[in-house]
Design a protein around this ligand. Structure first.
Ligand code: XMP
Length: 319
């Protein structure tokens, strides 16, 4: 049985052996996995690593700033921050099909990443924070005939296109092990403990058409929900909690007036690897408090519902 310190040392040796004096590019997604992979690789090979953070404008509130701050200020890891919100939002205009959204975002991500990689002079190696469940889930998900439930967004396709070799030091690990490794590497506890966040970001939490306005509404509601979860001391007991902005409008009453605004769904699940999940049973007073705050504080939302579906048959994300 490995301790995390031994695992870290073994991986560092392995990365040095694989990479030699080659250059490595790592795409940061804003999530824990790619950040842990990057910090580990940086320990192994220092400035032979460059990180590229493609900011698609579909992040949660404050997320981009956190990642950039952490890498530039705390770790001094060279980081290219590409602001590509307009590119992504323009391309998502009129796109409502979940797989079409995923495909567009994945492809555009690769285009932007490739362009940045060229600008910094290219590299022989591409680093990714692929985990063990990602390896399994992208092979076959249902156990039956191989059906694609969702095309997961990572940088698949990029290595062949750019003729790069992959560095994937987390391939044998589950999420809780990645968190332990992150802490072993000195990443702040609050950062490694963050809930998973999908590559396509808020786009798959806005069924129907995505727009800047809808992203802003969702970011605001989501941050109220998460703040209440933290206040109640429940954050670490939950695998993932987030809000989903529905394209459905309903009638409500506010003061003396009629409202006709969006419905927001709240989701929270427990899980160990994301492959199966149970709903988190909040006390009803908690949900009522969150609903009241959101309807009062977020313009554009006048009704809040809670998603009671486990996985399976539901997936964790709505798209
Ligand atoms: P589902 O919705 O398939 O999600 O039950 C399982 C876990 O995977 C995350 N997820 C993704 N992560 N790229 C990612 O990096 C993706 O395209 C993607 N889609 C879903 C989801 O948030 C959950 O933790």
């Amino acid at each position: 049985d490995w301790s995390m310190a031994e695992f870290r040392d073994a991986k560092i040796a392995e990365i040095r052996e694989q990479v030699g004096d080659g250059r490595v590019i790592c795409g940061l997604s804003g999530g824990v996995d790619s950040a842990v992979a990057a910090v580990l690789i940086h320990e192994a090979i220092g400035d032979q690593l460059t990180c590229v953070f493609v900011d698609h404008g579909l992040m949660r509130a404050g997320e981009a700033e956190q990642v950039v701050g952490l890498f530039r200020n705390s770790y001094n890891i060279p980081l290219v921050h590409v602001q590509a919100e307009t590119l992504f939002l323009n391309g998502l205009k009129g796109v409502t099909d979940p797989e079409a959204k995923r495909k567009f975002i994945g492809k555009t991500f690769i285009d932007v990443f490739e362009e940045e990689a060229k600008k910094i002079g290219g590299a022989e190696f591409l680093a990714q924070g692929t985990l063990y469940p990602d390896v399994i889930e992208s092979v076959s998900f249902t156990g039956g005939p191989s059906v694609t439930i969702k095309s997961h967004h990572n940088v698949g396709g990029l290595p062949e296109r750019m003729n790069m070799k992959l560095v994937e030091p987390l391939r044998e690990l589950f999420k809780d092990e990645v968190r332990a490794l992150g802490q072993e590497l000195g990443l702040p506890k609050a950062f490694v403990g963050r809930h998973p966040f999908p590559g396509p970001g808020l786009a798959i939490r806005i069924p129907g058409e995505v727009s800047k306005d809808r992203c802003d509404i969702l970011r605001k509601a989501d941050s109220i929900y998460l703040a209440e979860i933290r206040n109640a001391g429940l954050y670490d007991a939950i695998w993932q909690a987030f809000a989903v902005l529905l394209p459905v409008r309903t009638v409500g009453v506010m003061g003396d007036g009629r409202t006709y605004d969006h419905v927001l769904a709240l989701r929270a699940v427990t899980s160990t690897d994301g492959m199966t999940a149970e709903i988190y049973p909040f006390p009803s007073e908690f949900l009522a408090r969150v609903a009241t705050r959101i309807v009062n504080e977020v313009r554009g939302v006048n009704r809040v519902v809670y998603d009671y579906t486990s996985k399976p048959p539901g997936t964790i994300e709505w798209e």
